[in-house]
Design a protein around this ligand. Structure first.
Ligand SMILES: *Cc1c(COP(=O)(O)O)cnc(C)c1O
Length: 359
């Protein structure tokens, strides 16, 4: 018998979601963010589905090289830039765009002797205080890049939002103001928007948008799901019931006995656990579907197994399909049950789970 746990990745849904980005930001070029193995969806499948994006965004050079194997001409942006001068020459040879977010990266560019000048995105810290040149150093940094022979003249100016998924906060407006003040006098292309800003702030779309989570059909807003924006879920996570226990009132379920049966009832045992990437911190009550019918996780998630309440499932039997997330069970709702965000759920799936690509 083959363990029934599997992921289905829907390439048609990826393509649909990229089209939704184009619908929301029709005037903008698109950097499709495929870092972290395309948010856990598989970088190779995702890159082939996004043949008509304008560029790909990755975290590091190893991820960029995976894209290069599939496409010799794709434009690829290294979102953390380069870490060493060796990486800088590698990026130049492979024609990767680099983000420059720190003075030391400018020093490296000035000291190197590259085969080809690079395209550079200058990142400004407009208020997130993670990566980015301080506003006070922006003018000097830009002047150095303009004068550097290793930098192509079409520099792109960019920043990243800390709170775009919480539109009621004032932070995004403040960040836009800082960025606009610095960039206003320059004719360089500009880039601000992640998924949340693509969906909620048309004023930030400008030349380049940088969608990530929405490409995977997932809402960046905690109180919404992808379908609210006509996005289609890309990842479908299924397993099956592999055992059914007839329990008595008072029986404690799984490690630690966190959940106790309130009456005589059936408990379903599902072949999935944190060893597959299902979150161990999922609480009792986290939604699960058995044969497409809603029920709940009960008891602590184990490495290879989890347990579900079968009280409202008619005639359950071994081999019944269990949906962990995907069609009919939005991953955003599972994320709430696990006190996390859907980004983390898709990124932390493990290689043990077999993947099927459809579409
Ligand atoms: C990951 C990332 C994005 C995409 O963010 P989402 O919330 O997934 O849309 C955009 N810009 C930068 C700089 C990123 O690192």
């Amino acid at each position: 018998m083959t363990r029934p746990t599997q992921l289905t990745i829907d390439k048609k849904a990826l393509q649909h979601n990229l089209q939704r980005v184009r619908d929301f930001a029709p005037q903008s070029h698109v950097v499709a963010m495929v870092k972290a193995n395309a948010y856990g969806h598989g970088i190779a499948e995702t890159v082939s589905a996004f043949a008509d994006t304008d560029a790909f965004g990755v975290c590091c050079i190893e991820e960029a090289d995976v894209i290069r194997q599939h496409s010799r001409s794709a434009r690829v942006v290294l979102m953390e830039g380069v870490f060493t001068t060796a990486e800088l020459s590698h990026a130049s040879k492979a024609s990767y765009d680099i983000i420059v977010h720190h003075q030391q990266q400018i020093d490296m560019l000035e000291k190197s002797n590259l085969v080809k000048p690079l395209r550079v995105w200058l990142k400004v810290n407009s208020g997130m205080h993670r990566l980015g040149i301080a506003p006070e150093s922006f003018a000097e940094s830009l002047a150095r890049l303009k004068a550097c022979a290793n930098v192509q003249p079409d520099i792109i100016l960019m920043t990243h939002f800390a709170d775009a998924d919480e539109p009621e906060k004032p932070t995004t407006n403040q960040q836009i103001q800082v960025f606009n003040t610095l960039s206003a006098e320059h004719t360089f292309a500009k880039s601000l928007a992640n998924s949340a800003a693509i969906l909620s702030r048309p004023d930030t779309h400008v030349d380049w948008v940088r969608p990530g989570i929405m490409l995977y059909g997932i809402s960046p807003f905690a109180n919404k799901i992808g379908r609210d924006f006509d996005l289609m879920p890309v990842m479908h996570f299924h397993s099956e019931l592999i055992a059914i226990q007839s329990c008595k009132k008072g029986d404690a379920i799984a490690y630690g006995g966190r959940w106790v049966c309130p009456e005589d009832m059936l408990i379903g045992v599902v072949a999935v656990g944190y060893g597959d990437g299902y979150p161990r911190h999922a609480k009792d009550g986290t939604p699960v579907l058995v044969k497409g019918k809603p029920t709940q996780l009960v008891g602590r998630v184990s490495m290879d197994l989890l347990t579900v309440d079968l009280r409202n499932i008619a005639e359950p039997k071994i081999g019944d399909t269990v949906t962990l997330w995907g069609n009919d069970l939005p991953i955003e709702q599972v994320a709430i049950g696990a006190d996390t965000i859907a980004y983390e759920l898709t990124c932390t799936l493990t290689p043990r789970v077999p993947r099927i690509v459809i579409g």
